[in-house]
Ligand binder design. Structure first.
Ligand code: F3S
Length: 70
């Protein structure tokens, strides 16, 4: 398994449900309108449990997690 991951929010489908930043506040935060933004460019395995919960609980399936090589 990769040691780090890139996280993206598809802003064309994010509807501001907010489950991502409730479940994974170290990875997501709301913008001024309540839509999700990602807090960094890559994340380690330490956030994987909360990140996985956030991805699974987004009703719009707006969250993509991609393993980074190396
Ligand atoms: Fe948007 Fe899904 Fe989070 S709709 S605010 S990415 S829970």
């Amino acid at each position: 398994m990769s040691d780090s991951f890139r996280v993206e929010v598809d802003h064309s489908v994010c509807a501001g449900h907010g489950r991502c930043y409730d479940l994974a506040p170290s990875v997501f935060e709301p913008d001024d309108d309540g839509f999700a933004t990602v807090t960094g460019t890559s994340f380690g395995t330490d956030v994987l449990p909360e990140l996985t919960a956030a991805r699974r609980n987004c009703p719009e399936q707006a969250i993509t997690v991609t393993p980074l090589e190396g």
